[in-house]
Ligand binder design. Sequence first.
Ligand code: LLP
Length: 383
Amino acid sequence: MFSNKDKARFANVETPFYYYDLDLLQKTLSSCANAAKVYNFHVHYAMKANFNPAVLEKIKDTGFGADCVSGGEVTRAVAVGFNHQQIVFAGVGKSDKEINDALDQDIFCFNVESIQELEVIDELAAKKGKKAKVAIRINPNVDAHTHHNITTGLDENKFGINSWDLPSCAETLKTAVNLEFIGIHFHIGSQITNLDVYKNLCIRVNEFATWFEERGFAIKVLNVGGGLGIDYHNPDQQIPDFEAYFKIFNDFLEVRTNQEVHFELGRALVGQCSSLISKVLYVKNGKKKNFIILDAGMTELMRPALYQAYHKIENISRAEEDHNTKYDVVGPICESTDCFGKEVELPETSRGDLIALRSTGAYGEVMASHYNLRENVNVLLSE
Ligand code: LLP
């Protein structure tokens, strides 16, 4: 929902642009921080979801750590001022340069995704005379019941070390003198809305923790990843239920004394704080279909084209009127998948109307591209 003041500001900004509601972001962050504090849980923000400078600043100020998946993200996290000892580095394909740079930054931990990667980090740390802290990312084969393309914790996925490779992983850890094993890491997928999935994850985490302990490894960190979903159909409902989410882990995870539980939340923290605002370029009324052609396309918001993702579409120039016309809402890019919604019920719409694509704070601006030589998308921050 946008205030009249917001709408007055929108009229003066060149479309398309991402609008960030920093007040809502702050409320979401505080709600998460308060809910985590009850159990002394540690939260790392999954930076891949959104690295807009204003967003990162607020997240850093909340005291969260940073979960990075590239050297670029590690560098950015350091530059923004995240505590080095709260930076974790995950990813199936860390290059030697990325590993070396992260070693130089003395980050908290590498979340390691293969035995070969363990050997490379050990070798590179040895050259620097350092000991790298590592957590083993295990693929727990737990179904996240989310979209196929954003599932990461099944045997068929490329992520993490599979259970059958753990014995040789344990051997490597025992002999690698420049590695310090600190714990185990999991991330089974994104946009998870069924909390039972996390119950299943906890059961598997307990099993793997016991497996390592039985072989003489002390586990300091249980990192259960992120993935908590948001309600794309109700963007005004806004703040996810962090209390229920953390309670599941408190109820089902067997946490030993001196063990820390870490989370890597992205979408749930930033998803609802932004909308992509776009202008209607043309309305084409056909025999079979009516089209609204926007000045934003898959180059600004890729999720619908890539995952058939739903984003609520609102005509904010005519919000109060009857939603009595059906349109396919499309972008200007020369691709048929450049479509934000089919048969969307909207008020009768005209050239020049402003359209909001809601809940675009996560994996929106960061996934924008220059395909078709499109320009950078603009940004407007709330006042
Ligand atoms: N930790 C790891 C290791 C991850 O790979 C991810 C996301 C997260 C944490 C954060 O997940 P979240 O809490 O945001 O669900 N582009 C897709 C989502 C890709 C997620 C990639 N990994 C989308 O637009 O839906």
